[in-house]
Design a protein around this ligand. Structure first.
Ligand code: GLY
Length: 338
């Protein structure tokens, strides 16, 4: 099927996510009726351009994580000021996760909240970053430390953009996509690409609808992320986020096995999905020391009650607190090294 639509159900803040080839042409139909002007936030490298029926200006932000900063937010909101944007108007983020996080946070701050529509052009954006209202930027002290929950007015996932996505970015998208295989019993591999993306969106939409502010359930979307974040930091971000999450999910499977939560077959299923179906590397980088990884996981911002992980088990994937360092060390020792 070429076009699919999912609704994120949040009462009077509910919004559509439209997935398919060429869906960017639907942009005008999803803009807020009150909008008289738009500011488009994008990057030079984004292969998709959008056209609006209302007057619009474009602000281009820099490429790469080093530009996900408060100074970029200042640059963007000053473009809003120059355009005379008011809170009945609209911000349009056209790009991957970095663009939609920045555009979303700028929109959340502008006049204390201006509508934002995302046109997502990366796989990570489509299955994760553009959906669910997490916005924000990094500080030198850590990733995504400054931000806001600000739900978009609508999201368009134009799969045409995936044709030119660099191989590594596609891999990162597969890392985020793979996690959805463990969150429900769905046979995602049996679906075509548009249906699979739409199903991932639906799974995330259901989770966000029941736990918008991550009081509990939403944490399952961080499956594989605890070791993943530690790997990103310990390699100086040489390993990209989605690649690190892929390794993190295999570690989470080993840890769940060490804790008696899942059996050998379920561990093998993790390997089959992450490495077999998505072709992702599942081994620890050779230079990463277990002690350093352990210390980084202890410092994780979600570790409010001792070492905390999202783990598979008889009740499905859930947050597990107070995991012993011995279990973590044992699980790390079961990982392949490359
Ligand atoms: N990326 C995880 C979340 O949106 O909660």
């Amino acid at each position: 099927m070429s076009r699919q639509q999912v609704t994120v159900q949040l009462g009077d803040r509910s919004y559509p996510v439209i997935v398919g080839a060429g869906v960017r042409v639907e942009l005008n139909s999803v803009l807020p009726a009150t909008a008289r002007r738009a500011v488009i936030v994008t990057q030079q490298s984004i292969p998709i351009q959008v056209a609006t029926d209302i007057p619009s200006t474009t602000v281009v932000i820099g490429e790469g994580e080093q530009n996900k900063t408060l100074s970029t937010i200042e640059h963007v909101v000053r473009a809003f000021a120059a355009a005379g944007l008011n809170r009945n108007d609209v911000v349009i983020g056209v790009g991957g996760g970095l663009v939609t996080d920045v555009a979303g946070y700028a929109a959340a701050s502008w006049h204390r909240g201006t509508p934002v529509v995302h046109v997502s052009t990366s796989l990570v954006g489509m299955v994760d970053a553009a959906i669910g209202g997490k916005t924000g930027v990094n500080l030198p002290e850590g990733k995504n430390l400054v931000g806001a929950f600000w739900q978009p007015h609508a999201v368009l996932c134009d799969t045409d953009a995936l044709a030119t996505l660099p191989e590594r970015e596609l891999r990162c998208g597969y890392g985020e996509m793979a996690k959805y295989h463990f969150l429900t019993g769905d046979d995602l591999l049996a679906m075509d690409r548009t249906s699979r993306i739409a199903r991932c969106v639906q799974i995330k939409a259901d989770i966000v609808a029941s736990d918008e502010r991550e009081g509990g359930l939403r944490a399952v979307l961080n499956y594989g992320h605890t070791l993943g974040h530690a790997l990103e930091i310990s390699t100086g971000f040489e390993i990209a986020h989605g690649e690190a999450v892929a390794v993190g999910m295999i570690f989470a499977a080993h840890l769940a096995h060490v804790l008696g939560r899942i059996d050998d077959e379920r561990v093998a299923y993790h390997q089959q999905v992450v490495a077999g179906a998505y072709g992702l590397s599942t081994a620890l980088p050779r230079d990463c020391r277990a002690d350093d990884l352990l210390a980084l996981m202890q410092a994780d911002k979600k570790a409010l009650h001792g070492l905390t992980f999202v783990l598979d088990g008889a009740n499905g994937v859930e947050l597990v607190a107070d995991v012993s360092t011995a279990a973590v060390t044992q699980a790390l020792s079961r990982m392949e090294v490359r």
